[in-house]
Design a binder for this molecule. Structure first.
Ligand code: ADP
Ligand code: MG
Length: 252
């Protein structure tokens, strides 16, 4: 059964049409990468799914729950607040900027959302936090403040923090773009581990080798539309669209 169904999404900012007719269907356990030039609408598309932007047309359904739809008059209707909130809790998001809470230690950063949003007890969160911080290799840094960590370590904490809410899908928007090149590997390795666990993921990235290695499907977006999509082997070695080919020639 389709887990995420984004159907004919349209989005504009004033006169700037950013998404023209973008659709994505994915199943649980599937890993989709979105590549494409800057300004092509990749972040906006992801943000529409993550409820950080509203759509101007189309429909979004997650696990059979309709988040938004457009009626025959072109009017977009969103689900009620509770439905939206419940869906949001099932998605984890990680952005280019790490956005850790600077006044909280690593451990507090992990524990705050399960405690405040889910009302979990600290004694129940602690084993989860320990497991996740071990998973990203940062349990020994648990009492440090984010400013003491490298960018790569901060991003790994951000990933662990998102995982602490036990999401069913992870959305990554250029998770390594703000990092020095020598620090991208450790973050990509963490995401690769999630892929090995078959976490459902959408990953916007400029790391072509990584996208190729980790994805079941790659989407090339430009000018607010999907120009091409396919299995990584096919898209990277034998792109059909000249636009895709030109982009890849430039990136690889
Ligand atoms: P990408 O992630 O592929 O680089 P974005 O989705 O960030 O592309 O941006 C697509 C277009 O939408 C760009 O022209 C950008 O300037 C515009 N845009 C994105 N967010 C906003 C916003 N909040 N207000 C106005 N324009 C925006
Ligand atoms: Mg972007």
């Amino acid at each position: 059964m389709t887990f995420v169904n984004m159907e004919r999404i349209e989005k504009h900012f004033n006169n700037n049409v950013v998404l023209k007719d973008v659709s994505l269907q994915m199943n649980r356990g599937e890993i989709v990468s979105i590549i494409g030039p800057s300004g092509s609408g990749k972040s906006t598309f992801l943000r529409c799914l993550g409820q950080l932007e509203t759509i101007d047309g189309g429909a979004i359904t997650v696990d059979g729950v309709e988040l938004a739809s457009t009626d025959t008059n072109g009017v977009v209707k969103y689900a009620d607040k509770q439905t939206m909130h419940d869906l949001l809790l099932r998605m984890g998001m990680v952005f280019q900027s790490f956005n850790l809470f600077p006044h909280m230690t690593v451990l507090e950063n992990i524990m705050v959302a399960p405690r405040m949003v889910k009302g979990m007890k600290d004694t129940d969160i602690m084993p989860i936090a320990e497991r996740l911080l071990n998973k990203v290799g940062l349990w020994e840094k648990r009492d440090m403040y984010p400013s003491r960590l490298s960018g790569g370590q901060q991003q790994r904490v951000a990933i662990a923090r998102a995982l602490a809410m036990n999401p069913e899908i992870m959305l990554f928007d250029e998770p390594t773009s703000a990092l020095d090149p020598e620090l991208t590997g450790e973050v990509l390795k963490t995401i690769k581990q999630l892929a090995d666990d078959r976490m459902t993921m959408i990953i916007v990235t400029h790391e072509m080798n990584f996208a190729r290695e980790v994805s079941d499907r790659v989407i090339f977006m430009a000018d607010g539309i999907i120009q091409e999509e396919g299995a990584p082997e096919q898209l990277f070695t034998n792109p059909q669209s000249p636009r895709t080919k030109a982009f890849l020639d430039n990136m690889l």
